[in-house]
Design a protein around this ligand. Structure first.
Ligand code: SAM
Length: 306
């Protein structure tokens, strides 16, 4: 089994007086900013200076793992020498697909599907039409909830509305394999992490992408569901026809605030062609939602189709 970073240290939690086990960067330097992980060390300071994280080990990746044949850039790039959103009318990328970002790289309110400049483009790395591909910008912290929600993620700095936070990255797998893994998870009682993106073509056909971050994943695998979320999920295409699930801020987030998205996607997707949902694995088919919001729907979104 691949291992995540286990260079943990012990710190004293000033607010509780308890010892806190800390991993300074769960990504092991793969993200632009550290992804901290922390949990209380119930047994006090251990002689073992590097206790393993009490979550299942996984290999940290920053972008989806997709089959090699799907990894090629799927549309011709632009020939711009500048940021493509400065002069959108001259840019092949942004005339083919309406730009989803402002010049500052924030998501527009009426968001069309996201098509970023890709490795076929000549525009610079700093082009404003390159956002998701650059990964995390804000430092985040993975922490353990006191409730049955397990692990969650909180912001360590202010993150403004419209900013990109993280991709929900994992292994892109076929539907049969997703079903096999789901049955296996049910047997072992493990949390289910598989995200199923559905896009609806003009012909009424449903195009489905399954993303499983259990063995290969990033910080997003720890983000909780809320019926009143502060992140929205959007489908983005960069170098591949295979879509990425990108999480953007819906309203300004303060340091210490927990990050959440709606696993059912209803609040987050604002164009007609797509839908998403994390498939849950309670044995009776439903998990009680502990988001605590006033409009809580009572249960986590559930997709019986898997
Ligand atoms: C994608 S994982 C999120 C990370 C997970 N909390 C962990 O400990 O690894 C999804 C699982 O988290 C738990 N979860 C997330 N949001 C929840 C909520 N609002 N209420 C109850 N459980 C939640 C459920 O067990 C769900 O199957």
């Amino acid at each position: 089994m691949p291992k995540s970073c286990d260079h943990s240290q012990i710190e004293l939690d000033a607010s509780t007086g308890m010892s806190l086990v800390v991993i300074q960067d769960l990504s092991g330097g793969k993200e632009n900013v550290p992804v901290r992980a922390e949990w209380h060390d119930a047994d006090g300071i251990q002689s073992n200076a590097s206790p393993s994280p009490p979550f299942r080990a996984f290999q940290y990746i920053t972008r989806n793992l997709i089959p090699p044949q799907a990894a090629e850039p799927f549309y011709d790039g632009c020939t711009c020498q500048h940021s493509c959103l400065d002069m959108p009318s001259a840019c092949a990328c942004t005339t083919t697909h309406a730009p989803a970002y402002t010049q500052m790289g924030f998501l527009k309110l009426e968001t069309p599907p996201i098509y970023e400049c890709n490795s076929n483009c000549t525009c610079p790395r700093t082009c404003s039409n390159r956002v998701v591909q650059h990964g995390l910008k804000a430092p985040l912290c993975v922490f353990k909830h006191d409730s049955n929600k397990g692990w969650g993620v909180r912001a360590l700095s202010v993150i403004l509305a419209g900013a990109f936070v993280t991709e929900y990255a994992g292994e892109v797998i076929g539907t049969k394999e997703a079903e096999r893994r789901w049955i296996e998870m049910k047997k072992t009682g493990s949390s289910n992490y598989i995200l199923c993106l559905r896009e609806y073509g003009p012909d009424g056909q449903v195009y489905r992408t399954n993303i499983d971050p259990l063995r290969f994943g990033n910080v997003a695998r720890f983000i909780s569901h809320s019926c009143s979320p502060n992140l929205g999920m959007h489908i983005a295409r960069i170098d591949s026809i295979v879509p990425s699930a990108a999480l953007f801020v819906l309203r300004d987030i303060q340091p210490g605030e927990e990050l959440t998205f709606d696993y059912g996607g209803s609040a987050s997707l604002n164009w007609a062609e797509s839908g998403d949902g994390v498939i849950e694995n309670a044995h009776d088919g439903r998990i009680e939602c502990l988001c605590g919001s006033s409009n809580c729907r009572g249960y986590l979104p559930y997709d019986p189709a898997l």
